[in-house]
Design a binder for this molecule. Structure first.
Ligand SMILES: *Cc1c(COP(=O)(O)O)cnc(C)c1O
Length: 403
């Protein structure tokens, strides 16, 4: 299994790379994102064989297909150390809670920082340490956070050999809980830097560093942002786990409603579907920042300006453009990198593109996606309603998905 760039396949710009070569990289040299040359597919019989596996065994069965240049015994030990009851609160790792007939809650936020990002980030910490150790290299991770990513990254990287984390956050703008999570860490490889400004000021600093290739090389700077393929891959596992927990047989279909921001989580669902998991619909849920809802309803992708991005009660979904979205469009284009290049050229020059009237429009309709958007009032009403009916308190992001 090798990886190509969404903008370079077949053009020789970026020759196919093994997994460990793309693990520590951000964007591909041509500006695209790393994608596997193909998705492995499981037959119904193979799916049936995966059904009895526990989370760790399932993760190994799926991730060994994508992390192909990590020897299986090494990958097994990385996975076994990551997905433990001590780390995630139960042997199920992502327990499924039945609320009603045909209605379930997949609990993906039981990791050390109580953000669903822990599921991928905890594995990433162990993968980074392993690959860096093998190459006798070190890495300085520079990131920006408004709340969820920072703690998840720091709890994944704390105490890891060869890795330091420099996390920028807007002074006084994170929740007290997340501030305490981050600022109470005393590990000598974790550096919290509060910036007098808003999240975008932090993000701009990280982007400025990211654009300076020589500086990055000299100081061995990397990121853990949501375009990292290993993060997407790690999230594929709980779609399988959730599917098996909700069904008794492979002829049953399941739909997933996914609160979406950077399109990483729901992209993992799309990949699971491409791998043969019987997923009927993927429901892309957005809040008032509805760039994805607009796209799935109309085929029009219109990136928002920073000033148009509103701060909501589900802040981890407050995005103006969805960074993982390019991987999905690459699949829609049947892996034709020239099409992706053309579309992202339009994003650069015109701030977006419209698939109406193109061959991709029909494929979008057949891709199994639907979408919706919620407002703050919807979320409050949903949280109250779910609590009254089922005695469960859901968070505002979950409420977007529920709605
Ligand atoms: C990050 C995050 C999201 C958005 O996920 P994406 O993978 O960026 O689409 C939604 N909800 C919560 C709680 C998050 O932390």
């Amino acid at each position: 299994m090798h990886y190509v760039s969404t903008r370079g396949a077949g053009f020789g710009d970026a020759p196919p790379q093994p997994f460990s070569a793309i693990l520590l990289e951000g964007l591909a040299p041509d500006g695209g994102l790393a994608v596997p040359e193909s998705y492995p597919r499981f037959s119904a019989a193979e799916l049936n064989a995966l059904r009895p596996l526990n989370y760790r065994e399932l993760a190994l069965a799926i991730l060994s297909r994508y992390f192909a240049d990590i020897p299986a015994p090494d990958l097994k030990s990385l996975i076994d150390r990551t997905y433990t009851k001590a780390n995630f609160g139960s042997e199920d790792i992502t327990p499924l809670r039945k609320l009603d007939d045909g209605l379930y809650l997949l609990r993906v936020s039981n990791g050390p920082t109580l953000a669903f990002k822990d599921i991928a980030m905890q594995l990433l910490g162990n993968l980074f340490e392993y690959v860096l150790g093998r190459e006798r290299a070190t890495l300085n991770i520079v990131g920006a956070t408004s709340g969820d990513t920072g703690p998840a990254a720091e709890y994944a990287m704390r105490g890891k050999r060869g890795i330091s984390v420099f996390m920028l956050s807007p002074l006084g703008k994170m929740s007290p809980f997340q501030t305490a999570q981050m600022f109470s860490l005393a590990d000598s490889n974790i550096f919290n830097i509060a910036i007098g400004g808003v999240f975008d000021d932090c993000q701009d600093l990280v982007k400025t560093i990211g654009a300076d290739a020589a500086f990055k090389r000299k100081y061995r700077i990397g990121t853990v942002n949501s375009i990292n393929w290993a993060r997407v891959a790690a999230q594929i596992v709980y779609y399988f786990k959730g599917y098996f927990a909700a069904t008794a047989h492979e002829d049953e279909e399941v739909s997933f409603a996914v609160p979406s921001g950077n399109f990483g989580n729901v992209l993992a669902g799309h990949v699971a579907k491409e791998m043969g998991l019987p997923i009927r619909r993927l429901i892309v849920a957005t809040n008032e920042n509805d760039v994805l809802d607009e796209f799935f309803k109309s085929g029009r992708y219109r990136v928002r300006k920073t000033a148009e991005t509103v701060t909501t009660s589900s802040p981890s979904m407050d995005i103006s453009k969805a960074s993982n979205f390019e991987r999905f469009v690459y699949d829609l284009a049947g892996g034709d990198a020239a099409v992706v290049r053309d579309l992202w050229q339009q994003v650069e020059t015109r701030g977006g593109f419209d698939l109406a009237g193109t061959p991709l429009e029909a494929r979008l309709r057949d891709a199994g996606f639907v979408s919706g958007r919620s407002t703050h009032a919807d979320r409050i009403a949903t949280i109250r309603d779910v609590h009254n009916r089922y005695g469960v308190v859901i968070d505002p992001h979950t409420a977007d998905g529920w709605r």
